[in-house]
Design a protein around this ligand. Structure first.
Ligand code: SF4
Ligand code: SF4
Length: 104
């Protein structure tokens, strides 16, 4: 499992660096976040949820039925939208109310 950070979206706030339980994400000299060893990521999704500009995507491995599908989040009103993009171009999503996130 691994993440990808879209540097063109990253605003260098450092939130992903702060929340990653494995301290895997660093902020570079260019003030952009990067992950040096993506394979060490275990997919907890904390960084996806915290990134204010939704610059981080998670690759879903075959063990999760993903096989190339990526997951990222976007804010939709008061909801956090989890968006799945498959290699065939199909897109699906799940809306989660952050106030009830312990249900999921
Ligand atoms: S998904 Fe979790 S373990 Fe992976 S980089 Fe993000 S915060 Fe760290
Ligand atoms: S949380 Fe998002 S915007 Fe902030 S440093 Fe990380 S990738 Fe960049």
């Amino acid at each position: 499992m691994s993440i990808a950070i879209d540097k063109s979206k990253c605003v260098g706030c450092g939130k992903c660096h702060e929340v990653c339980p494995g301290t895997l994400i660093k902020i570079g000299a260019d003030k952009k976040a990067f992950i040096k060893y993506p394979k060490d990521c275990w997919g907890c999704t904390s960084c996806l949820k915290e990134c204010p500009v939704h610059a981080i995507s998670l690759y879903l491995g075959a063990d999760m039925g993903g096989s190339g599908t990526t997951l990222h989040t976007e804010q939709e009103g008061g909801l956090l939208r989890w968006i799945f993009e498959s290699p065939d171009g199909s897109v699906s999503h799940i809306d989660v109310d952050p106030r009830e996130s312990n249900k999921y």
